[in-house]
Design a protein around this ligand. Sequence first.
Ligand code: RVP
Length: 492
Amino acid sequence: DKLTKAEDTYTFDDFLIKPGLSCIEPNDVKLDTQVSTNYHLNTPVVSSAMDTVTEANMAISLARQGGLGVIHRNLTIEQEIKEIKKVKYANELTVKEVISISPDETVSEAQQIMDIEEISGLPVVNDDNIVVGIISRRDIKPLRGKYLNRKVSDAMTQEVVTISENTTTEEALDVAYENKVERLPVVSDVNELLGIVTMKDILERKKYPDAARDKNGRYLVAAACGPFDIERAMAIDDAGADIIAIDSAHGHKTDIFKSVNEMKKNVDADILLGNIATAKAAKDMLDATEIDGIKVGIGPGSICTTRIVAGVGVPQLSAVSSVADVAEDHGIPVIADGGLRYSGDIAKALAVGANAVMLGSLLAGTTESPGEMTIRNGRKYKQYRGMGSLGAMTGGVGAGKDRYFQGSSSNMNSSKLVPEGIEGVVPYKGEASQIVYQLMGGLKSSMGYVGAKSIKEMHEKAELVHITPNGMSESHPHDITITNESPNYHPR
Ligand code: RVP
């Protein structure tokens, strides 16, 4: 009968990782990982495509730390593109679309452009786009109002310090320091303007050596898309999204496989497909599509009610483990999405084969998460809600409404929506970088106990022990009143 045939399934609290023989210190551990066929991260953390978790600020913060943000899709296509571009242009070493000025324009024209574009200097180029000078606020400042009608050629600095396209970051920094200049036009052999590098961009690059970057050195970014929204997929691909995360509550569907194959033909970005929770789904998906990564999780999310409303799901550690076994044979990365509450849960997800984790609640309530801060009883909170909650389905542009709506599409009012998520608040936690630092610290510690110096070794070496609820209650602090909260542990 069905009940005796039912498999036993488990989640994070049912297992612990067994300590093993080790010569690895947490600081020796490397956390780089493949997140999709063509992209790897230096930190195995991906932020959820949720409207209270990821827009450009979160994606920039994660990319700086070596992780990846997935811009949510409760936005118009234009708004989503804007967020993607903010990430892509946040630390572009060579800005290619340079605003320049002709030597025959007036100084006041130059000043206006600098004010409007919020920049402090302009390369001066002739009609053939050859650099003939540079004009900055420093050149203009000493000129009193009456000289503002002068030509740019009279006020500009003629001896321009330039670099070539092949100049490295270190060399550019040396040139900028030695010549005490803030911006370096990038020029061709014949002095044609190709781009500009600013000191600010060079310094930012040095500050985040482990940042996740594309082949042009820009921050990596992913963006969400509905499984049938080919128009959005093509638009966000064009805008520069490196990875498109196809966002479905149930990715194990033949019509989704078909649509994603069509999408794949039309985009350059890698495609992550999800969510699924069984080995069979992974096999079917990998047989039917050419996707670049799989997202696992049906119902583990802290804001998710799918398992209660629909009675459907698979406890997350089992789901990740069974999908990872299949995906590994195909060389396709797996992202464990949802249900992660502590760094130890991240370690367990990786121990059973995940390449990275996707975090919602752990990153919600940070400075970088979208949404207003509210104060209740003297404590600060920020909103966190499921994308299948009523609020998310009726707010923004209502992404996911298609997913949870029941009834005829001509009458899409909120009373016909059947939510699978809830809305709430989480305490304000400060900067996402601090959260990620603690989470990765915990993970490194775990890998030290296992004796794994890389995520690959974690996959190979980690063994787990099955524990009882008593084992779990022994694991949490007990028989004490906590007086000083720790940054990486919150009692449940
Ligand atoms: P958590 O990190 O446990 O808060 O889970 C976040 C994940 O929950 C998301 O990445 C997504 O897969 C899932 N989610 C988002 N909205 C909903 C819902 O409304 N049911 N679920």
